[in-house]
Design a protein around this ligand. Sequence first.
Ligand SMILES: *[C@@H]1O[C@H](CO)[C@@H](O)[C@H](O)[C@H]1NC(C)=O
Ligand SMILES: *[C@@H]1O[C@H](CO)[C@@H](O)[C@H](O)[C@H]1NC(C)=O
Ligand SMILES: *[C@@H]1O[C@H](CO)[C@@H](O)[C@H](O)[C@H]1NC(C)=O
Ligand SMILES: *[C@@H]1O[C@H](CO)[C@@H](O)[C@H](O)[C@H]1NC(C)=O
Ligand SMILES: *[C@@H]1O[C@H](CO)[C@@H](O)[C@H](O)[C@H]1NC(C)=O
Ligand SMILES: *[C@@H]1O[C@H](CO)[C@@H](O)[C@H](O)[C@H]1NC(C)=O
Ligand SMILES: *[C@@H]1O[C@H](CO)[C@@H](O)[C@H](O)[C@H]1NC(C)=O
Length: 485
Amino acid sequence: MGLPNAKLGWFNLFPLICPNLLLLPEYFPPWLAGNSSKSLDIIAQYWQLVPRPADPRSGDYGYSKEELQRFGANEGLKVYKALENAANRKLPIRLLQHSGVSPDYTEEPSNLASGRPNVKNVTLLLSDWWGSGVVHAKVWISDSRDVYIGSANNDWKSLTQVKEVGIYLTGCSEIAEKVEIYYNNLWKLSHLNVSAYTRSVWDQQWQINRKVPCWSHFINPKERCRSPLPKYVKIAHVSGYPVLSDPNMSHISIETPGVNDSSSDPQPNYLSFAPPELLFGQYQTDEQAWVDTIKSVGKGGTVRINTMDWLGQSGYTKETVYWPSLSSAISEVVFSNGAKVQILVAKWAHFINNTDQYLKSLLYSNTLCSSSKYNHCSGKVEIKYYIVPGYNSTGPAALKGAATGNMYPGYTRVNHGKYAVSDVRAHISTSNLVWDYFYTTAGVSFGTYQPAIVSQLQEIFNADWTSPYAVPVEPLDEGHACSSR
Ligand SMILES: *[C@@H]1O[C@H](CO)[C@@H](O)[C@H](O)[C@H]1NC(C)=O
Ligand SMILES: *[C@@H]1O[C@H](CO)[C@@H](O)[C@H](O)[C@H]1NC(C)=O
Ligand SMILES: *[C@@H]1O[C@H](CO)[C@@H](O)[C@H](O)[C@H]1NC(C)=O
Ligand SMILES: *[C@@H]1O[C@H](CO)[C@@H](O)[C@H](O)[C@H]1NC(C)=O
Ligand SMILES: *[C@@H]1O[C@H](CO)[C@@H](O)[C@H](O)[C@H]1NC(C)=O
Ligand SMILES: *[C@@H]1O[C@H](CO)[C@@H](O)[C@H](O)[C@H]1NC(C)=O
Ligand SMILES: *[C@@H]1O[C@H](CO)[C@@H](O)[C@H](O)[C@H]1NC(C)=O
């Protein structure tokens, strides 16, 4: 079966240029690594650029050379080679990641760093700092001027067997420098004494006991420590952490290849980050940026949201947190703005079981919207699952010597993009829509009011929304919902 929407791009990447116009080749990472002349900084969750068909612990196990060729595994190898070349020509490179996944763990970054003093490799465990959570941001910064931010992992499968959305800004030192400050903060965390800098607190906002860095705003001001992090990005911002009401965005003009945008006037752009303790009240939190993107919709406008995971709660904490932030923002614009909100959620091999209940609960807003003849509520929520064919046939081709019948390697055939776009604002992220990604996990987003990007992101969403692989989520059975009478 062919790849859905192959035309618009299995791998949707926006090359953005500020301020110089350059045309970019199809794949960003080899290009980034190949063109770096001063520095290359990478944040990764995990590394699997090189396929491992011979390792029985790998999801690639048992696939033939020809099959891997057909899956496009070579693209990952190309990226790895480009990094190796950059490392060999003594480019200063920093690699920061979570502990990785089986069977590779940190082998690839470690091999790149091994015997090369110009390559530094660090594993940062956010669970040491927040009790749970991972480094989940996927970011490349080259020469402090070119930046990639998006959903793609440093994984060969990301390039051809997973649907991704990312943004690539070139010649954009103003933004690159801000992302680099975040980078340096993560790097600094990895070198600090965790036990000296963490506290267990009662989190009043989320009603749980949890571990946080001692400079967290979740700690009483008097008991807070001074942050050891060197520097903060100053994008004075929005509400949430702590509440600030007036966003101060950077205004840069952006050109995007393939779009004839005669109004390339500077438009507001922003970065947002998670977790909040890395912002120190100066950046915009990622949760707030998602909420504000939803609330940016005009009267009767449409908000489009694409995510792999959706839950109105936490997924990985000891105590479970209830998290209505995004569903609440959605219901608010449906009620007050008469907005249409369309949400695409991935259904795949590692689908979270209780997603469906949360989606149905959100769809119930439609019933509430029209629940009284006195309501002036004209908005609507629509939700679909995006199901990539073959998703239920993923995993190693063989297990203990026997064929499994799987047709694709593990962790493939999924719509992995994370973005929201209203009629005026586009938000491109690295975070899934579950509480943990905003409070215990490292994530980065870029957002903009640039009309050309807003419309391109809408087009990408619409192509998926109207594809035969998008299947509506059914609302709660009405009889069921109002059974007691
Ligand atoms: C560097 O970027 C240019 C585009 O400006 C591209 O043509 C070239 O292939 C890149 N070089 C490498 C080594 O990737
Ligand atoms: C890379 O980092 C990992 C995890 O921190 C560590 O085990 C390994 O020794 C490092 N490798 C090199 C070459 O520095
Ligand atoms: C880390 O901090 C703890 C608590 O302050 C202290 O007991 C310990 O000695 C420190 N460890 C190192 C390696 O400095
Ligand atoms: C907003 O940002 C600009 C440029 O970064 C800065 O010059 C200005 O002082 C900021 N304004 C506020 C109110 O923070
Ligand atoms: C871009 O649009 C402007 C105005 O709409 C038009 O005059 C111009 O010829 C266009 N340029 C290209 C390269 O299509
Ligand atoms: C999710 O559902 C599947 C199939 O019903 C079940 O086998 C699995 O145990 C469930 N997982 C969790 C974490 O509830
Ligand atoms: C996968 O799903 C398709 C479509 O729903 C179904 O026809 C097929 O039997 C499933 N395959 C497996 C191995 O479960």
